[in-house]
Design a protein. Structure first.
Lengths: 196, 196
């Protein structure tokens, strides 16, 4: 027999349970009942913290988006040659993915069935757009190879980076740094113009 | 009022309808009822062609897997320097993804809840493993940069290639060839040792 846990959750800790359930069952497939079971508290206790599952989704994807957009404000992303800023943003994006893995995983699986999901997709597109603009600037400087279409390169870069959420699991063997190095080496050293 | 279509399906054309429904609703979320509605024929007509939805899944992912494994038997994949074979396999994999887009999309979304799904995951891992072996051989030849772990490089390469199913839609602007070029340029020219 299981007894319901006393509700010692904060909105923050409840969120981390919810995100895990969303990632396992999909957002659409998750009911308040599932969340209540996973948290070990009653549905009414959950409603004490949040208005419903869409609020949990909104908080979760906001955390991922805030992490990603914050990168674009960092000095390394706004100063210096565009190609160096591309490298900086790529590296920091990998670090945010690793640091906020369940939150970014959820963000990348959002489908667009609810208002919050559509908002999240819109914000993701805005982030991709800003990175694409950086790549364009680097290409205009002559620092990226001219034979790869920039929109295509941006999508492939995100394809590579975002794939981390599908296969990367934190373990002592591979640090965020090593991952970021590998991504930068593979994607950017391939894109960069080789100089005499 | 809609009238049921006369059953003019072959196993092949029924498959293409089923794959579309699987990709839209997820395999788990698809019932024989959904398939019957999408095909416009009765469930019993579908059972005339196949034993059930798992057989359709099996045929669909087999088509994707057969396409991918066939690449590994082609001359370009078995003869010549390992790094050239890596390039060949990368290029051909992109071409198979584009040619068999809905089938490979389904393959890459397989979760592992049924015997057929577990078998498909196992075959995917085998394919990834064979490509990883090629990359290892190229690294042993000194043709790939030594500062990127080969298993990591393989995952990032597949992350980039497989992301195509999420965003690539056939249109006159980008051919399979241009896509393959972009992937090879980005991933491999970054991996390849720059020679004096």
């Amino acid at each position: 027999m299981t007894t319901a846990k006393r509700d010692t959750y904060t909105p923050e800790t409840l969120l981390s349970v919810a995100v895990q359930v969303f990632n396992e069952r999909g957002y659409d497939g998750t009911s308040m009942e599932h969340l209540s079971k996973a948290a070990g508290i009653s549905k009414s206790s959950i409603y004490h913290h949040v208005a419903g599952k869409e609020e949990l989704l909104q908080r979760a994807v906001s955390r991922a988006l805030d992490g990603l957009f914050a990168v674009l404000e960092e000095t390394g992303a706004v100063r210096g040659r565009a190609v160096e800023r591309v490298e900086y943003v790529t590296r920091r994006t990998v670090e945010v993915l690793v640091a906020e893995l369940p939150y970014v995983t959820l963000l990348l699986r959002v489908r667009g069935n609810t208002r919050t999901e559509r908002w999240a997709l819109e914000r993701r597109r805005e982030f991709d757009h800003q990175v694409a603009e950086l790549l364009k600037a680097a290409a205009a400087d002559g620092d990226l190879r001219a034979d790869v279409d920039i929109r295509l390169a941006t999508r492939l870069l995100f394809g590579m980076v975002n794939s981390l959420v599908e296969w990367y699991r934190p373990h002592p063997g591979t640090t965020a740094d090593q991952l970021a190095d590998a991504v930068v080496h593979m994607a950017l050293d391939g894109l960069r113009t080789v100089r005499g």
